[in-house]
Design a protein around this ligand. Sequence first.
Ligand code: NAD
Ligand code: IPM
Ligand code: MN
Length: 367
Amino acid sequence: MHADIVVLPGDGIGPEVTAAAGEVLRAVAQRYGHRFRFEEHLIGGAAIDATGEPLPAATLRAASSADAVLLGAVGGPKWSDPKATVRPEQGLLAIRKALGLYANLRPVKPHAAALGASPIKPHLLQGVDLMVVRELTGGIYFGRKQRSAGPGGNVTASDLCEYSVDEIGRVVRHACRLAVQRSGRLTSVDKANVLETSRLWREVATQVVRDEFPEVTLEHQLVDSMAMHLLAKPREYDVIVTENMFGDILTDEASMLAGSLGLLPSASLGEGRIGLYEPIHGSAPDIAGKGVANPYAAILSAALLLRHSLGLEAEAACVEQAVAAALDTGRLTADLAGRQAAIGTRAATAAVIEQLQLPCQVPELRD
Ligand code: NAD
Ligand code: IPM
Ligand code: MN
C-alpha cells in the first residue's frame, strides 16, 4: 500500500524518538512491500522559533491531507515562561481540535522484562491489560480562560470546564466499541460528587451503555479513588473512559505499571480515518539531546498508526512483537535498566528493527 505520513518531531526528545519510529516504519515498508512517504513539519517550540506560531498553517494543511500523523513531543524550559502568550502546547491542542481527534487511546500493558522498573509489586502487575480512552478535545483544556483584577488588585484566573451530551456520548461510544471487542467491562471515571460536568458525564455514560451497548458492564468510579485503585488492583480494570484532564493525569500514573513513561503509546482518533500518533510522554528536557531517550513508546505509537490509520493489523502486531522481543532480550534504555547495563535510543531502535527481520507470528485478524 501507499501512505502519506506527516511527521511532527517537535521539541526536546521529540526529534530523537520520531526518528526512531520513522526508521521502524521504513523497515516495515521494506519488509512487507509498502510505500510510505514521509513529510516533516514544524510544531511546538520549534515552530514558534521559526514562524512565531506553535501550529503553522503549513503544518495543519499537510496534516489534514495526510493518511496519518506521527508526533514526538512539544514544550520545554525555553518556552515555559508563565507570562508568555504563545506556548508550544497550544500547537498540540490546536491540531487535536482541528483534526477532530476526540478519542485518545492509551493502552497500558506491562511487559515482563520491564517489571523491575515499576515501583509496583510484580504480582500486582501480572495480567494487567488496560485501555484508557481519554476525551481529547473538550473539558477544561478548551473552555474559556481568563484573568481579571478583583478588588484591591487581587488578580483572579479561571478555566472553564464544559462538556456537552454529544461530546460525552461520542467518546463513551468509542470506549464501548473497544469494550465489546475486549472483556465487555467499562469503567467510567468522573468526579460526580463535586462537578456538574461529571454528573452529566455519568448520566450520558449510563444512558449510552443502557440503550446501545447492553452487553457492556459499566462501572462508575470517582477519579480520586480511581487513582488509588489503579495502583492497588490494576488487573481488575479493562477499558477506562474519562474526561480530558483526568485521562491526562491517570495515564502518567498508569505508566508506572508499565515501568516508564517511555513505554506508553497513544492514538488520537475521530470520525475519519486520519489519526495522530504520539507517545504519552513529554519532551523530557532533562535528557534531551543525550541519545538516551526510550524510543519504544514512539515505536509503539507507530504500530498504532499502522493499525488504526493504515489498516495494517498484521504489521502493527509484528512491530509490537518486535518491541516485546527487544525487551525480552534485555535491550533496556536507562529509564528501564536499573542497575543493569543500559543502551541508548539508537541501539534500542536497531534492536527492534533486527527483531522485525525475523519471522513474525501474525495473529488472527480481529474484525
Ligand atoms: P516529560 O514527560 O517530558 O518527562 C517526565 C520525566 O519522564 C522526565 O524525567 C523525563 O526524562 C522522563 N521521560 C519522559 N519520556 C521519556 C523517554 N521516552 N525516555 C526516558 N525518559 C523519559 O514531562 P515534564 O518534564 O513534566 O514536561 C516537559 C515538557 O514536555 C513540558 O513542556 C510539557 O508541557 C511537555 N509535554 C509534552 C507532551 C506532548 O507533547 N505530548 C506530553 C507531556 C508533556
Ligand atoms: C499529553 C500532554 C499534553 C496534554 C500537553 C503537553 C498539552 O501532557 O499529551 O499527555 O495535557 O494533553
Ligand atoms: Mn500528559
